[in-house]
Design a binder for this molecule. Structure first.
Ligand code: SF4
Ligand code: SF4
Length: 692
């Protein structure tokens, strides 16, 4: 009886501590800015099944993380899922020696469960062993290599990791000793005999102890193991909320509430009614953004995939998130307090919590270093969202404080006055089409497709050649298209990624009006940034169109026989995925199919498809100066050169500029060409009617 009372007190103290901590965390969530994430429940459940229970992000190929570490997490996750029944059973045995979870007696699921449990206990021990080796011996750089030397996280991560691994190992070992000692304690007990048959590993441990120390010692060891096992679980539960292992509770909800809108759609700011623009204080994040902060496992996959981190810029996404999380925890009480006393709407409302985090907790340079490439988000197992937070803080910098790198003053002005970031006379927008007999919507108002060229394709000399090549392809195939010519304007994508939402919305609305005035329905583009914005962001402004990227259209033209391949392009060609076609819009195969169809020997860099690395231009960084020693484009060029290519193929005008510059910097222009996929298609195709 005394045992039951002491055990019940332990449970009471532990659960009180746990629930108090969870309640405080939950209050922080309730105090955060609302956002709707309760729609499309079946899709959300599916995401949980695939990403949480399937552990897909852990066990798939990821150049930024070792697979062994992924499998280690797989075993620990599933080990704990399976061992949940065992944990409940051992708690129940505090009140009845024969307690089993309903349905898990030996006559029902109990036998196979014991076998599975035995295997999982050993598998988790194996996983813990791998983790210890990685932390203590290998010092895997992903785990703490991206933390600045002075970061207290280095120490904290060590301490937490070892403690938690030790506790997990203790739970597994005591589980084996508890069952083993019990099973061997009475050879005449038929229940134990049957359990021994189903739980051979526990029985082995029990027999080993009995052989060395005697049967009565094995039984005593079982009793001690029972206490240790349950007390460790009770302590472990209370270590979760303040540590990185809080993700054990929050990661599945975080995956459930992940963004389902198109990946490339940033939130629309309400310019008329919002009283502040962007995020500057810790209490201005949405509850989902706060849940992100709770859910980081500190695995470092984000930073090991980040081009800014790789080029030693002052941005490592994990550090950014953990800095926000630490600041949030420091101000947790004030956040909750503010919610309890929201004010009466008479102007005496409490001020924001804490100091302005932009510039202090998160430095300006950290925010400007981001390419918005989504490599971090793609790699992150609990599906933490980064780009929206970074752009929200950029919005504050640009719109509230007018504080941004000086070179952007010119870029924004150019976009405002000439509707292109170069600042070239907008009257030159259609000069690329001279002597090409390109129809305009004025000539052909009922054209099936509008070809939206975009600023880079219209103004940049190198990219004008791509535009001309693509138009020749359209003309050869007899596509019924037209251009807006000088009526075309910039869609503002660069301004939005740079945080100038006001400028973006002005430009987007202007272009949507132009499209709608011409009753445009189908739009072809050959720029992933234009593609993403028109397809995924223009619906926020009443512009919903069928947007088709060039490679998709050309693939169809070839398949339908409207375009014939008449020549071979037998060159070693490496394809560079642009982030805004690839990771943002899942366009991976079509450009590769066109290259293979042209006869190219297509090669892959180590980082390709979902894990492709940014060229360095995304997120408006095309317009920012870069330290010559920290150029992303040079690193990406080097990665491409490792495949010994004759041609680097791209599908993006910005990638063309960045990789073309990389090749120039390496003085390899004579040996390696940088070509758009459409230029290659133009070289190898003829019209259906032309003679071969
Ligand atoms: S979006 Fe790209 S550049 Fe920005 S933090 Fe993530 S990985 Fe780094
Ligand atoms: S944000 Fe995601 S990928 Fe980065 S350390 Fe945290 S859990 Fe790992």
């Amino acid at each position: 009886m005394i045992t039951e009372i002491i055990f019940s007190l332990c449970i009471f103290v532990s659960l009180s501590g746990l629930f108090y901590q969870l309640w405080r965390r939950f209050q922080v969530l309730r105090s955060a800015v609302p956002v709707s994430r309760f729609d499309r429940i079946p899709q959300r459940v599916r995401a949980v099944l695939v990403w949480a229970f399937g552990q897909r992000k852990f066990i798939r190929r990821n150049p930024g993380a070792e697979r062994s570490a992924g499998w280690m997490h797989f075993f620990i996750f599933w080990g704990f899922c399976v061992l949940g029944i065992q944990i409940i059973t051992m708690f129940g045995r505090g009140y009845s020696d024969s307690f089993v979870v309903p349905g898990f007696s030996l006559n029902l699921l109990g036998g196979p469960y014991l076998l599975l449990r035995d295997i999982m206990e050993v598998a988790v021990l194996f996983g813990v062993g791998i983790a210890l080796v990685r932390w203590a011996i290998i010092h895997a750089p992903r785990l703490y290599g991206f933390l600045p030397p002075e970061s207290r996280l280095r120490e904290q991560s060590h301490w937490e990791a070892y403690t938690i691994l030790l506790l997990i190992a203790t739970v597994m070992l005591t589980g084996l000793v508890y069952d083993g000692g019990r099973i061997v304690s009475d050879p005449n007990n038929m229940q134990f005999v049957r359990e021994a048959q189903w739980a051979p590993l526990s029985a082995l441990v029990g027999r080993g102890i009995a052989k060395v120390m005697g049967t009565s010692f094995a039984l005593q060891a079982s009793d001690v193991a029972w206490w240790v096992h349950n007390l460790v679980i009770l302590v472990f539960l209370n270590l979760l909320p303040p540590s990185k292992h809080f993700h054990i509770i929050t990661a599945i909800p975080n995956i459930f509430f992940a963004k389902l809108e198109p990946k490339g759609q940033l939130s629309k700011q309400d310019l008329e009614n919002d009283t502040r623009f962007g995020t500057s204080h810790i209490d201005q994040f949405t509850w989902k953004q706060v849940l992100d902060m709770f859910s980081c496992t500190e695995c470092g996959r984000c930073s090991s995939n980040c081009p800014a981190t790789a080029t030693k810029k002052p941005l490592a996404p994990r550090q950014l998130l953990l800095d926000l999380r630490d600041y949030l925890y420091q101000h947790q009480n004030e956040i909750i307090e503010k919610r309890s006393h929201p004010g009466k709407g008479d102007g005496t409302e409490p001020l924001e919590v804490g100091e302005n985090i932009v510039g202090s907790v998160i430095h300006d340079d950290t925010l400007w270093a981001c390419n918005t490439c989504r490599a971090c988000e793609e790699a992150c197992p609990p599906m933490i969202e980064y780009v929206d937070k970074i752009v929200d803080m950029r919005r504050h910098l640009v719109q509230e404080e007018a504080r941004f790198p000086k070179e952007l003053t010119r870029t924004f002005k150019n976009m405002e006055t000439q509707s292109n970031p170069w600042g070239l006379d907008s009257g030159q927008r259609f000069e690329w089409a001279e002597r090409m007999n390109v129809p305009t919507l004025a000539d052909n108002p009922d054209a099936e497709f509008l070809y939206y060229v975009g600023c880079a394709g219209a103004f940049d000399d190198r990219n004008k050649k791509t535009t001309q090549a693509f138009v020749r392809v359209l003309q050869k195939a007899g596509v019924d298209f037209a251009c807006l010519a000088r009526e075309e304007s910039c869609n503002g994508e660069t301004a939005r990624r740079l945080g100038n939402e006001y400028l973006y919305q002005t430009m987007a609305q202007t272009l949507v009006e132009t499209f709608n005035n011409h009753k445009v329905r189908k739009i072809i583009v050959n720029c992933p940034h234009c593609f993403n914005t028109i397809k995924n962001e223009f619906p926020q402004f009443g512009g919903s169109y069928e947007v088709i990227h060039a490679a998709d259209l050309v693939r169809e033209l070839i398949a339908s026989g409207r375009l014939k391949i008449s020549e071979e392009f037998p060159k070693r060609t490496v394809y560079h995925d642009s982030c805004y076609y690839g990771r943002y819009n899942d366009v991976y195969d079509e450009p590769r199919m066109l290259l293979s169809g042209a006869g190219a020997q297509v090669q892959e860099m180590e980082r390709h498809h979902k894990f492709g690395m940014c060229c360095g231009a995304g997120g408006g960084r095309m317009w920012l100066e870069e330290d010559p020693d920290k150029r992303v484009n040079l690193l990406r060029t080097e990665q491409a050169l490792q495949t010994d290519p004759e041609v680097i193929a791209v599908s993006c005008p910005f990638c063309m500029t960045m990789l073309g510059d990389g090749i120039k910097a390496k003085q390899l222009e004579e040996k390696v060409q940088t070509l758009d996929v459409m230029e290659i298609v133009d070289k190898v195709t003829r019209s259906r009617d032309a003679e071969s």
